[in-house]
Design a binder for this molecule. Structure first.
Ligand SMILES: *[C@@H]1O[C@H](CO)[C@@H](O)[C@H](O)[C@H]1NC(C)=O
Ligand SMILES: *[C@@H]1O[C@H](CO)[C@@H](O)[C@H](O)[C@H]1NC(C)=O
Ligand SMILES: *[C@@H]1O[C@H](CO)[C@@H](O)[C@H](O)[C@H]1NC(C)=O
Ligand SMILES: *[C@@H]1O[C@H](CO)[C@@H](O)[C@H](O)[C@H]1NC(C)=O
Length: 536
């Protein structure tokens, strides 16, 4: 079908279609009056679970319309909100939205939510833009209708590796949330840590709960504490991190000598930033990690202006002069969609929304014939956004990865450096990073004896170590009670100072120990120490 034949059919020189098909079909679709032509309204769907994201979305749509970013088109949307873990509701609402003739779905927020809803967008050929999802397995080759406004956590992992390396640490523990974000986010980190010969002492996880106060993390933290590694990489959302660190403080793991390297789910939410003026609780101070920029794009300043002058009653979370980097990505998603529509309009490409049916009741769902065209235009977007430039990689993730490196202090997050793919990590000249307890340095591994039970070998030596099986009254003595003397008093004192418990035994051969050339081994107590403690 040629351009002119279509023009003839529909009588409009503006209309061209990139898809095949007959004139009748094109005409029919236009008669349905949903096509993008001057003066029309274009609708998208939105799936949210956070009021602040909703505010960003709504303000971004107003921003697009006020500034005529898609000339002669008014952008509208249908939004449905659910609770965080209500995956089934999200799927159902995605279907309801699709029946309302939308050109794309923006949301949901979490990687797990995006995976749950992606069969809807895939089945209907409906482009889906995920503002916040960072799970690296959400690749466009597996989820063909999906585009992401964030860079994947494989990039985050590179940043965390550079940070840990910068501070000269080679022992870490890992603590993650048991969801798609948590479990896939640090895969790359572990891989590189292994190549570098770092010791990852343990990887612990916890199950996310609808109310973060309900998470159960004490036993995992105890395991981390017992490893002796003092650096913990924590990868979860800020609401959980706050609980994790509070519990950690009760176990004495948030004072000097400890460091918590945290990921963007924690730095990216203002939740932990406090309200300034020393309001950040002591146990949170010292966190360090990468934070994606929030308003570095060409629309950053203007949008922030709109955000800060909005009424927080009507727009929850707005009305402040900061916006979280992940909240701002909801505005980026709207700007990306707007730019794709603008380009399609400029190229006189008709994109005709249709009511789509998920056919949840059985039968095959009917894919949207213009879906692939819409997707193509979104993929080609190259424009300025709120958080930074908007372009996509071939895997459908946001390109141009850049992080600020931030350190949580008594007054909130402080920027101490930056990271990007080309230049790696750069700390600001004179920037001081303060870890837990205000410390400037952390020893990455200490042998912590407080939880250990030691076996100690000894030998009778008058005054220093007396060994006897009965006391002066003739009562039988067993175990450690058989040993007395100055050395034993010293050992008891060390045990109470350092917190270890111990079990004494007398060396079997009664020797201090000497090296025997014929056997090539030590005898006596030295032999037991060199060869490891022998079980009797
Ligand atoms: C989705 O939201 C719309 C309003 O935006 C509402 O009318 C509709 O009932 C919601 N759908 C579901 C399934 O909750
Ligand atoms: C912050 O601290 C300053 C001086 O310490 C004080 O004058 C001001 O009232 C405080 N502001 C808040 C919001 O607590
Ligand atoms: C964001 O913009 C500020 C000011 O223009 C600049 O100093 C900073 O380096 C930028 N940050 C990133 C990560 O690009
Ligand atoms: C606009 O669309 C054209 C045609 O598909 C494409 O070649 C171009 O890269 C797009 N440009 C932008 C900025 O989206």
């Amino acid at each position: 079908m040629t351009y002119s034949s279509l023009k003839f059919c529909v009588g409009s020189p503006k209309v061209r279609t990139m898809l095949g098909g007959s004139c009748e079909v094109a005409l029919l679709l236009l008669l349905a009056a949903f096509g993008i032509v001057a003066g029309t309204t274009v609708r998208f769907g939105a799936l949210t679970d956070d009021p602040e994201d909703s505010s960003a979305l709504r303000l971004a749509v107003e921003y697009v319309n006020e500034n005529s970013l898609v000339p002669s088109v008014t952008l509208q949307y249908t939004e449905n909100s659910t609770s965080t873990l209500a995956f089934f509701d999200m799927i159902r609402q995605g279907c309801v939205q699709a029946s309302k003739s939308i050109v794309a779905v923006i949301g949901p927020r979490l990687s797990s939510q995006v995976k749950a809803t992606s069969p809807v967008s895939l089945g209907l050929s409906l482009p889906q833009i995920a503002p916040d999802a960072t799970d690296p397995t959400l690749d466009n080759h597996v989820y063909p209708m999906l585009l992401r406004m964030s860079w994947p956590d494989s990039v985050l992992s590179l940043t965390l590796v550079d940070l840990v390396e910068h501070f000269g640490w080679d022992h870490v523990s890992i603590f993650i949330s048991n969801d798609d974000y948590g479990t896939h986010g640090l895969v790359e980190f572990q891989l590189i840590a292994g190549q570098k010969g770092w010791r990852v002492h343990t990887m612990q996880s916890f199950d996310p709960t609808e109310d973060p106060a309900d998470i159960d993390v004490t036993s995992q933290l105890q395991v981390i504490k017992n490893t002796g590694a003092r650096i913990t990489v924590l990868h979860c959302l800020a609401s959980y991190a706050q609980q994790v660190l509070h519990r950690a403080s009760l176990l004495g793991m948030t004072g000097a000598g400890w460091a918590w390297v945290v990921s963007d789910g924690i730095t990216g939410l203002n939740a932990l930033g406090g309200g300034g003026n020393g309001t950040v609780p002591e146990y949170l101070r010292g966190l360090v990690g990468p934070r994606p920029p929030a308003s570095n794009g060409s629309h950053g300043e203007a949008f922030l202006q709109k955000w800060s002058s909005a009424d927080p009653v009507a727009y929850p979370g707005a009305g402040t002069d900061v916006i979280g980097p992940y909240t701002a990505r909801w505005a980026d998603a709207v700007l990306a969609l707007a730019d794709a529509l603008r380009n399609a309009t400029e190229h006189s490409v008709t994109i005709t929304p249709q009511p789509l049916d998920c056919a949840c009741a059985g039968g095959p769902s009917q894919p949207w014939s213009d879906g692939p065209t819409m997707l193509q235009f979104i993929k080609q977007v190259d424009t300025g956004g709120v958080t930074g430039p908007i372009r996509f990689t071939s895997a459908g993730a946001r390109a141009d990865a850049k992080y600020h490196i931030v350190n949580l202090r008594e007054d909130g997050w402080q920027t101490v450096g930056s990271w990007d793919l080309q230049g790696g990590l750069t700390l600001l000249p004179g920037a001081e990073v303060r870890f837990s307890g205000g410390a400037a340095e952390v020893v990455p591994f200490v042998t912590d004896l407080s939880t250990r039970r030691l076996r100690a070998v000894t030998i009778a030596a008058p005054g220093f170590v007396e060994v006897s099986d009965a006391d002066q009254e003739g009562n039988v003595l067993t175990g450690n009670d058989r040993f007395k003397g100055f050395c034993m008093d010293l050992l008891a004192w060390m045990s109470s100072e350092l917190g270890f418990t111990y079990e004494l035994y007398a060396v079997a051969d009664g020797e201090y120990g000497r090296y025997r050339d014929d056997t090539g081994a030590w005898t006596g107590m030295v032999g037991d120490v060199v060869g490891g403690v022998r079980q009797e």
